[in-house]
Ligand binder design. Structure first.
Ligand code: ATR
Length: 282
């Protein structure tokens, strides 16, 4: 007999207070009238292993994973999707029929889906893609562009070694360039993405010079607090199309919800406005 699906999930992190995942999944649980719950759990680093081994006993179908547990979640999973393998970190876990812990990294899906929603024609022009940053988020997005068939990805990172390591891991289509060249070497880019934390809560500036950029370049930021980052504002002033970071957060939540609750949820304008209002109020 097939077991009834479990209807409990959560997000784990340390700290976890500021996670917006409960608001996102709570919206969908209500919208689809699912008898389920999604809460947040503060799990200290020394307890991650025992927490993950007790998911079934806790009645949890799975969880989202945030800082600092993404690498541990990847390591402890028995089955890993290609997305998690590419990044070396997982943000979505679930138990399969056999009770094995499965891991995915849905940042790739979240980023690429929102980009396609907001700028359907992003790949029309054959041109490089520029990535600022070389952390976990950068890896997820580089993987997405490689899968989409982009022939050249330029990675700019403050510390050169990290960009070089990323380029080595992903092969010859990915090139590490000096941080100082992030504007000059991006003028022909089809898409430029900020994956660094610069601009978060208004702190710091990427000091991009958009003067000679191709008019069809799309500038996107994965930082979503504030919704309009300094980068997005500067790009808009230069007449460039922009893609904010909130959509990636919403879309990356879709696969997890479907695994745990059995319904593929929709990222609606209402959900976007709900979370945007929460960010603006904070
Ligand atoms: P994530 O997993 O979310 O990508 P991360 O691994 O901590 O986070 O990576 C943060 C990224 O932001 C890195 O590329 C980091 O650059 P370094 O590798 O040189 O540390 C980048 N970053 C953070 N603060 C920065 C700053 N003030 N200027 C430029 N880059 C910065």
């Amino acid at each position: 007999m097939k077991r009834a699906p479990l209807k409990k999930a959560c997000v784990i992190g340390w700290p976890i207070e500021h996670s917006r995942s409960p608001a996102i999944h709570g919206y969908w649980l209500k919208r689809y009238a699912i008898d389920g719950s999604y809460d947040k759990r503060a799990v200290p680093p020394e307890e991650i292993e025992s927490f993950l081994s007790s998911l079934a006993a806790e009645g949890l179908a799975g969880c989202n994973v945030t800082v600092p547990h993404k690498e541990a979640a990847f390591r402890l999973a028995a089955v890993r999707e290609a997305s998690a393998e590419a990044v070396g970190a997982a943000n979505t876990l679930w138990l399969d029929e056999a009770g094995r812990l499965c891991a995915a990294n849905t940042d790739t899906y979240g980023y690429m889906t929102y980009l396609a929603t907001r700028a359907e024609d992003w790949s029309r022009r054959t041109a490089p893609v520029s990535i600022l940053g070389a952390g976990g988020a950068a890896r997820a997005i580089v993987y997405g562009f490689l899968e989409a068939g982009v022939t050249e990805i330029r990675v700019f990172n403050r510390s050169a070694e990290r960009a070089e390591a990323l380029a080595r891991d992903f092969g010859p289509r990915v090139k590490a360039l000096p941080w100082e060249q992030r504007s000059r070497a991006s003028t022909e880019a089809a898409v430029l993405v900020n994956t660094t934390s610069v601009g978060l809560k208004g702190a710091g500036s990427l000091e991009m010079d958009f003067t000679d950029f191709h008019p069809d370049c799309i500038v996107s930021d994965i930082v979503y607090v504030p919704l309009e980052t300094g980068l997005i504002r500067d790009a808009r002033r230069h007449g460039l199309r922009t893609v904010d970071g909130l959509g990636m957060l919403l879309h990356q939540a879709v696969p997890g919800f479907e695994k745990w609750f059995g319904v593929r949820p929709e990222v609606t304008a209402e959900l976007y406005d709900l979370i945007a209002a929460d960010i603006e109020a904070a």
